[in-house]
Design a protein around this ligand. Sequence first.
Ligand SMILES: Cc1cc2nc3c(=O)[nH]c(=O)nc-3n(C[C@H](O)[C@H](O)[C@H](O)COP(=O)(O)OP(=O)(O)OC[C@H]3O[C@@H](n4cnc5c(N)ncnc54)[C@H](O)[C@@H]3O)c2cc1C
Length: 427
Amino acid sequence: MNQVKESKNKMDEQQNKITETFWDAIVVGGGMVGAATALGLGQKGMQVLLLEKTAVDLEWDKESPCQIRVSALTRASEKILKNLGAWKGIENRRYHPFVAMHVWDEVTPGSVHFSAKDMHEPNLGYIAENNVVQAALWECLNECDNVKMLFSANIKGLEFENNQACLSIENLGQLQTELVIGADGAFSKVRQLASIGMDTHDYEQCAVVGCVKTELPHEDTCWQRYTKDGPFAFLSMENNVSSIAWYLPIEKMQWALELSDEEFAREISMASDFRLGQVVEVSERGAFPLVRRHAEHYVKPNFALVGDAAHTIHPQAGQGVNLGLLDAAALVETVLNAKQANKAWGSFSVLRKYERWRRGDNALVQRSMEGFDWLFKQDASLKTLVRKPFLPLANKLTLVKSWLMGQVLNGREALPELAKKFPRESR
Ligand SMILES: Cc1cc2nc3c(=O)[nH]c(=O)nc-3n(C[C@H](O)[C@H](O)[C@H](O)COP(=O)(O)OP(=O)(O)OC[C@H]3O[C@@H](n4cnc5c(N)ncnc54)[C@H](O)[C@@H]3O)c2cc1C
């Protein structure tokens, strides 16, 4: 705890002390993806400024209730976070490994069961609260002299000239950089300032999230049931506590938010088909409308997008931040390689390598989620015909199962270096 407090003080000290006007890179947005990007560059000697809208809380109270925003982290994300040194901060706070995933359907019989044992792995991944991952990364940023952090900076403009980008910040003036990295989430302001358009698709669904306590133990397993309304998932946390993701048609969002705790517990118990018995306790809840977004371009000269600023995806397979962390690792590697080769890392030819590396992969994952969404969304007869044999077949076909599991464990192929190996000390 002392170390956390000391880090916080360092962070506070940096506010209002930004005197440099030129930076190797300026990262806008210090969520999980932006923080990982800034850290990856800073740890390799680049002078980085990280701008974040909201102050990040490094204090940790282990008695605090589970946050409503959690992520399932893949093995590739684990490697990235370990290589950046942030895993310790996650372990010191709260996270939970899961050893199996069980998927079944309301409309058709059969189920798929993935287990770590079958894959000869210790687990299939981890459930971690988003603010835990973010705080662990920020703790490392505090230790990194090459990265400066600034909260509440109001970006007024972004211009490109003379092979540089210039960000205008309220009360701070103009900052020049070789590269602006937009990591400011789905509604990215810098993406708009850079005039990069978005391809969007409204799923007309929402995800209702929160934490619940169940009558029966979750057995360190993530349970996902496809209902007529959409998928319902229990993501295993501590003891009998699970984080939930309940996907509903968008017109039911308000209804779900306004249910009393007792009604909410009853609805969730029913949506999960009482797989973990009755839901006996519910936390605060939140709801997010679901939209697929994909930036028309990830890069332009002296500018690149990562994470949700570049793409958002249906969260049913828990891939969003995992893809974002792969973006971060790929961009860091592309930029560092260019620097080492004495090339301008903000040049279009360098940044295009990053875009070619990540955009196709992200699009493929987005499309496969759309396939699942189509297959399981409705029970029209033709779809049911296709859907009926899907789960039993997927469960039987070892190759299909291993491929699906490979996606869950490692994410995409052509992994960046940071996602390839565990650091020596953690092997
Ligand atoms: C219901 C739900 C469940 C999900 N579950 C999973 C899962 O299990 N696994 C998974 O991998 N993904 C999951 N996701 C997706 C995941 O949450 C996102 O992909 C991830 O949070 C994106 O991280 P990011 O850092 O790119 O963006 P964000 O988390 O949106 O962070 C952006 C940051 O930028 C800051 N910012 C915004 N504007 C500015 C500005 N103008 N100036 C400075 N800073 C700014 C914000 O304060 C924020 O800190 C889920 C999403 C939802 C909605």
